[in-house]
Design a binder for this molecule. Structure first.
Ligand code: PGA
Length: 249
C-alpha cells in the first residue's frame, strides 16, 4: 500500500507573515498521519523559520530546488548540505518552471537526482509534456523519456528517496486539469516504464503524484484513480482553507 502525499509548491509567493500564518494553520489540521504525508515547499529564504514553526507537527518542509555541487563558487545557488543543515527534509526537482524559465536540462536534473541520492535527500521529481506535445500525441513518449533521462544511473535501491510528480505543463496554473482518466493513463505509463527499467515490485511501490490545477473540487476524483498517489499543488496550496480541503479530500 502506497502512502499518499499532498505537497504544496508555494513557488515565489507569500510574504513572510502570510507564510508563517499558513504554516501555523496547517500544523493545527487533523489528518490521517498514518496514511498521508503533507509537505510544503516554501521559498528558500523562509525555510529555516517555517521549519521551526512546523517542527512539532507532521508537516514536512521541502525546498523547491537545489544545486548538485556540495560547495564552491556557484553564486546564488544552494546545496543539499546547506538545506540539511537547517533541517529541510527534501526538495522538489525538475519542475517545469525550472526546465522552461531557467533552462534546466534532463542532464542537469539527473545530476541533481544523483546528488540527492548521494545525500539520501528525498526528492519529488517532476515530469510533464507541453500542450503541443499532447496535441501531437507524443505525450507518453516525452514523459517516459524525461523519467528515463532523469533516472539514468539511479539504482533500484536509490529509488527509495524518489517520488515522481506528473505535471502536464498545460495544466499548471491554467485552471485546466488533466481529466482523471488522462492523468491515470499517464501514471500507468510511468509505472509500466519503471517496471521495465527496474521491476514490478519497485514500480508498484513508487509514489506518483499528479500536479496541475489541483483544487478542492477535483482532488477526490483524481485520488480515486488507482495509480494516482497524491498531488503537487501550486495555487490552491497558498490559502489555508483550500489547501486544508485538499489535504482532507
Ligand atoms: P498549480 O501548480 O496547482 O498552480 O497548477 C502546480 C505546480 O506547478 O506544481
Amino acid at each position: 500500500m502506497r502512502r499518499s502525499v499532498i505537497a504544496g509548491n508555494w513557488k515565489m509567493n507569500l510574504g513572510f507573515g502570510e507564510a508563517a500564518d499558513l504554516v501555523n494553520s496547517l500544523t493545527k489540521l487533523n489528518y490521517n498521519t498514518e496514511q498521508k504525508d503533507v509537505i510544503i515547499a516554501p521559498s528558500f529564504v523562509y525555510l529555516s523559520e517555517l521549519g521551526k514553526i512546523a517542527k512539532d507537527s507532521n508537516i514536512k518542509v521541502y525546498a523547491q530546488n537545489f544545486y548538485y555541487e556540495d560547495s564552491g563558487a556557484f553564486t546564488g545557488e544552494v546545496s543539499i548540505e546547506m538545506l540539511k543543515n537547517i533541517g529541510v527534509a527534501g526538495s522538489i526537482v525538475g519542475h517545469s518552471e525550472r526546465r522552461m524559465i531557467f533552462h534546466e536540462t534532463d542532464e542537469v536534473i539527473n545530476k541533481k537526482i544523483k546528488a540527492a541520492v548521494a545525500h539520501k535527500f528525498p526528492v519529488i521529481f517532476c515530469v510533464g509534456e507541453t500542450l503541443e506535445q499532447r496535441v501531437a500525441g507524443v505525450h507518453e513518449e516525452v514523459v517516459t523519456a524525461q523519467v528515463g533521462l532523469g533516472l539514468e544511473g539511479i539504482s533500484e535501491k536509490d529509488m527509495e528517496i524518489i517520488t515522481i510528480a506528473y505535471e502536464p505543463v498545460w495544466a499548471i496554473g491554467t485552471g485546466k486539469t488533466a481529466s482523471s482518466d488522462d492523468a491515470e493513463s499517464m501514471h500507468k505509463a510511468i509505472r509500466n516504464f519503471l517496471g521495465k527499467k527496474y521491476n514490478k515490485a519497485l514500480a508498484d511501490n513508487v509514489r506518483i503524484l499528479y500536479g496541475g490545477s489541483v483544487k478542492p473540487e477535483n482532488i477526490s476524483e483524481l485520488m480515486a484513480m488507482e495509480n494516482i498517489d497524491g498531488a503537487l499543488v501550486g495555487g490552491a496550496s497558498l490559502k489555508a482553507d483550500s489547501f486544508a480541503k485538499i489535504i482532507n479530500y
